[in-house]
Ligand binder design. Structure first.
Ligand code: GCU
Length: 596
């Protein structure tokens, strides 16, 4: 006779419990539980993980995570999935790119793997870090739920010091990429909704006192260092040998801050100078390579190291024909090399935090960056939970990247409607930016006020850089209006044309007319001719470097892709518009260099 275990008993009760998921939405893995990882040794948990899609959340309802390993013939009751055996997938990856049957899968999916660890010396600690999981990631270790993280593009950590036992353990991640009205982004976006654990998974071992945060920057002519240590500690040591800095910073409640006189060679796209920084607290040591520069706005100018500049940019998504949202060092370098070939000094990383290697590599290659959280289109601005989610994603991005000299602009939104609820939501995000990092500019990609034909958005008064997305020659058909907008507008701060462009399909597009590459090039020519006359336009990042995947574009030319790339989805084939923009940037650069 089969005896009913509590798991089996629960499986019966779970059929009538539609509140099954509430206990698993603590969102307790967030900006405050991150640890600073620069320079740390880690154990990679990348590689094959057991994997199962779970469209109806049967795993949470039946508590698959609570099952213990067992041979099938030894089990005493039926089961629907055993997380200790089955098909495997490589981590990191996007499940859509692994099997045709998962291309449009949207729901929960389970990742599980054994992890064997040695005994932990007394006082030592362990942290599991996931570089990114799209969108909600619930973490289980040996059947215990440790917490979950919201947000598809920022890293998060969970302390596993007490959860991992000597010998074999089982880590299980339940990742849910379902698009909903209250998430950030919400359910409608013009980029593909990938899912999965698509950035690296690592295990860190630290001393009892761990450095959770380190922020090093040039501020008011001094090098200012702020840091947070978790655990008993009186002071930290900060070393920047090439600047002759080797000093102690007193800690109070784990927090410390100090400023030092120094005269670093300033970082810029032309001179991307980085300095080695080491921070030690007790036995904990972290390192970073930091560039020192200032970026500010003066009137309608964007000023780098005291000198106004024009941002010659291009927008990029994190998307690949073969790997989806999974990127690589080579992929990042290729996109920045193409940007440099265009003549760029600036790249807009749309519409969400890209891999942390992107700003690190931009630091080395000399490119300024616009980084963004996916507060995109019709966010549920009146929902406090949505605001908390967006705020946390912003804090996670800033804490991850605020030592990156390349990051010049934090963007808090894209093409949102100008409503009271949105204004309140966005002012809070702007305040959060300033509290976390007063040394950078705040931007957002706003919409033109087409009724008044002018640049007008109430959010502009609360940010430093007004991004404008306009598509005259494509969506906005009366091209002459662009010049009228130019004349009607008198912004008191810099404007960056954060998007403009047109689709051009070099493979199947027609010879002329909409979706031809000839038409795309013509739109660029006309846009450049108009935009160059607007002296308050201090940059542009046309849309977009490469064609990218998106569900909502299914005409005979797009075929599931947005074709506004200056380069096709193969990331090799340039379209004529690439050369039109490159010629413009070459001319701008020559003018800047000769000062005429
Ligand atoms: C919008 C939006 C982009 C989108 C683009 C387009 O401006 O910000 O995410 O891809 O237009 O329509 O191609």
């Amino acid at each position: 006779m089969l005896e009913r275990s509590d798991i089996a008993e629960n499986a019966l009760q779970a059929l009538h419990d539609e509140a099954y998921d509430r206990p698993f939405n603590l969102q307790n893995l967030n900006a405050d539980t991150m640890i600073f990882t620069g320079g740390r040794q880690s154990r990679s948990l990348d590689g094959d993980w057991l994997f199962c899609v779970d469209l109806l959340d049967t795993g949470l309802r039946q508590k698959w995570y609570a099952m213990t390993p067992s041979r099938p013939e030894d089990r005493i009751e039926p089961w629907d999935y055993d997380p200790h055996e089955g098909e495997t997938v490589p981590v990191p990856s996007c499940w859509q790119m692994l099997k045709e049957k998962w291309y449009f899968f949207e729901g929960s999916a389970w990742y599980s793997r054994p992890v064997t660890v040695d005994p932990l010396d007394k006082g030592r600690r362990r942290f599991l870090r996931i570089g990114a999981a799209q969108y909600d990631c619930k973490v289980f270790v040996n059947g215990a739920f440790l917490g979950n993280h919201y947000g598809g593009s920022t890293p998060f950590c969970v302390e596993v010091t007490d959860a991992l036992a000597e010998g074999e353990n089982w880590i299980m991640l339940c990742v849910n990429n379902t698009r909903t009205l209250d998430r950030v982004p919400m359910r409608n976006t013009d980029w593909f909704n990938y899912g999965g654990v698509y950035r690296e998974v690592e295990l860190f071992e630290t001393p009892e006192t761990v450095i959770r945060d380190l922020f090093v920057r040039l501020d008011g002519g001094k090098i200012r260092v702020s840091m947070t240590a978790d655990g008993p500690a009186e002071a930290a040591r900060i070393e920047i040998p090439e600047l002759g800095i080797d000093a102690s910073i007193a800690l109070s409640g784990g927090q410390g801050e100090a400023a030092f006189d120094a005269a670093p060679d300033l970082w810029s796209p032309e001179t991307p100078r980085l300095y080695d920084v080491t921070c030690t607290v007790g036995e904990d040591i972290v390192r970073d390579r930091v560039g020192f520069r200032t970026v500010e706005r003066r009137g309608t100018d964007i000023v780098l190291n005291g000198k106004p500049l024009f941002l010659r940019g291009i927008s990029v998504h994190e998307d690949d024909a073969e790997t989806g949202k999974l990127t690589s060092e080579a992929d990042i370098r290729r996109r920045f090399e193409h940007a440099l070939e265009l003549g760029c000094n600036f790249v807009r990383l749309a519409h969400y935090p890209h891999h942390e290697r992107a700003p690190q590599i931009a630091d080395e290659m000399g490119l300024l960056l616009w980084e963004e959280i996916p507060v995109y289109w019709a966010i549920d601005f009146a929902n406090p939970d949505t605001r908390a989610d967006a705020t946390n994603q912003l804090r996670e991005l800033i804490r991850r990247d605020r030592n990156r000299a390349s990051v010049a602009i934090w963007s808090i939104g894209n093409e949102n409607p100008d409503t009271d609820a949105r204004l309140s939501f966005m002012r809070h995000l702007a305040d959060t930016c300033r509290a976390e990092d007063p040394t950078r500019l705040i931007g957002a990609a706003c919409l033109v006020n087409h009724r008044k034909l002018k640049i007008e958005d109430r959010l502009a008064a609360h940010i430093d850089v007004i991004g404008i997305n306009e598509y005259y020659g494509w969506y906005d058909e009366n091209f002459d209006e662009l010049a009228v907008i130019g004349e009607n507008s008198a912004p008191d701060r810099p404007v960056v044309i954060s998007e403009t462009g047109a689709d051009g399909d070099h493979e199947a597009g027609p010879e002329t007319g909409l979706f031809s590459v000839a038409y795309q090039a013509e739109v660029y020519e006309k846009q450049i001719a108009t935009l160059r006359t607007l002296d308050y336009v201090k940059g542009m990042s046309p849309w977009i470097l490469y064609d990218f995947r998106v569900e909502r574009r299914q005409n005979v030319f797009q075929r599931g892709w947005n074709r506004k790339g200056l380069i096709a989805a193969d990331k090799r084939t340039k379209k004529p518009a690439f050369h039109v923009l490159a010629a413009h940037y070459a001319e701008r650069r020559a003018t800047e260099e000769t000062g005429q």
